[in-house]
Design a protein around this ligand. Structure first.
Ligand code: AMP
Ligand code: MG
Length: 389
């Protein structure tokens, strides 16, 4: 019953329905998964244009310009963004130009406004040559017809901006996974209520809901249920319409861990316990045909399990890891993969310190999860896999 992190992810994926696709306005696509390749409908820039405010000239006319020997050019006109200069610029001439304005015919370089000095109403002095590098060529970002974004990409904020720049008012995306969310525990209460000793505010439901929304899922809030088989059964029954139910708490070995008991006795269990820390007691099962993933109650455990198992399964997006050198040792565990909270300083990752699965600050303050494989241990200077938080 004790599965690896990879097996847990694969077993959850196998229970989830294949989602169809839909198109949504690009402004509402944040966090969604792109369902088809996106082509550029236009080129960007749409015309060769200036990257600076200044003058546009022929580079060859300006090569001798310096502070001591400025070059004098005649101003033939002006080109600004949206209102191009429609003539041709001749030898010894230039046009005033502004950022994003089309480059007129005849010129190939820009001299910035800081290097210019007016010389009467019709002439300007250049204190340095005009540079072709300050011209943005047409299509320098992307060309019309080019496939710029591939199906399967997660639409981050920069990618939503790119889709809009490509000319797409709507984008094809995978349908949202409908995820019902329930927290459990007699001691768990709503933030803001007076807290009696032994009680704890429901941070898991808030954190998991936020992570689900970030992941482009639709959240069906089932609220909170106390530790009793009857109220848990009622909550499970209310999850109809969801593609999957996520619960927090009640999946360990304790007398009041009824979530686990219910799945074992009246539902089904695909696995109980993952060989990982934090997060070991997670359970995957089913309830009347609904996949149920039971996350542990400990706040760090539930969010880490979400991060490395649930989110990749829900979104189809693999966990992104990168390699960093260890600034401190990291402990290994004989038969568990460890996800220690780490802080990144000067390109190296060090131990955050408090690694208890109830220390929520370790997640919010840390920069990354440091992955130490089963049986491994990490010495100072070794390269480790980390997942950015
Ligand atoms: P459990 O998995 O139910 O045994 O809970 C393990 C620990 O996590 C206990 O200290 C609980 O009080 C705490 N806990 C359970 N659920 C939540 C929650 N929703 N928010 C914050 N802490 C919780
Ligand atoms: Mg509990």
């Amino acid at each position: 019953m004790h599965v690896s992190v990879t097996e847990a992810r694969e077993m959850l994926s196998a229970l989830l329905p294949a989602l169809g696709t839909e198109t949504v306005p690009v402004a509402q696509a944040l966090g969604r998964t792109l369902a088809a390749d996106l082509e550029a409908r236009v080129s960007h820039p749409s015309a060769t244009e200036s990257a600076l405010d200044g003058i546009a000239a022929r580079e060859t006319d300006t090569l001798s310009a310096s502070a001591e020997t400025p070059v004098r050019l005649r101003i033939a006109g002006e080109s600004r963004a949206g209102v191009p200069f429609d003539g041709t610029v001749g030898a010894g001439e230039c046009v005033r130009i502004y950022t994003g304005a089309p480059l007129p015919a005849g010129v190939d370089a820009i001299c910035p406004v800081e290097e210019l000095q007016d010389d009467g109403p019709e002439h300007v002095l250049l204190r340095r040559p005009a540079f072709p590098g300050d011209v943005r060529p047409e299509g320098g970002d992307f060309r019309a017809g080019e496939v710029v974004m591939r199906a399967g990409l997660r639409l981050s904020a920069p990618r939503v901006a790119l889709a809009a720049a490509l000319g797409h008012a709507r984008v094809p995306v995978r349908r949202r996974m409908r995820v019902a969310l329930l927290s459990t525990g007699d001691e768990v209460i709503e933030p803001g209520l007076p807290l009696k000793p032994g009680q704890v505010y429901d941070s898991n439901r808030v954190g998991l809901s936020a992570m689900l929304q970030e992941s482009g899922c639709e959240v069906i809030e089932l609220g909170h249920a106390p530790d009793s088989p009857a109220s848990l059964q009622a909550a499970l029954g209310a999850a109809g319409g969801a593609n999957v139910l996520l619960t927090s708490g009640g999946v360990s070995m304790g007398r009041y861990d009824f979530m686990r008991d219910l799945l074992v006795e009246h539902g089904s269990v695909s696995f109980w316990k993952v060989r990982m820390r934090p997060g070991g007691p997670a359970i995957l099962g089913g309830w009347n045909g609904l996949p149920v993933f039971g996350l542990p109650g400990n706040p760090v455990s539930s969010l880490v399990v979400f991060h490395v198992i649930v989110r990749p399964a829900l979104t189809g997006q693999p966990v992104q890891s990168l390699k960093l050198r260890a600034a401190t040792p990291f402990r290994g565990l004989k038969d568990k993969t460890a996800f220690w909270r780490g802080v990144i300083r000067e390109g190296e990752v060090g131990d955050y310190g408090a690694q208890g699965s109830g220390i929520l600050r370790s997640l919010s303050d840390a920069d990354a999860l440091v992955i130490v494989p089963e049986g491994g241990a990490v010495e100072v200077g070794e390269v480790v896999d980390v997942v950015l938080l």
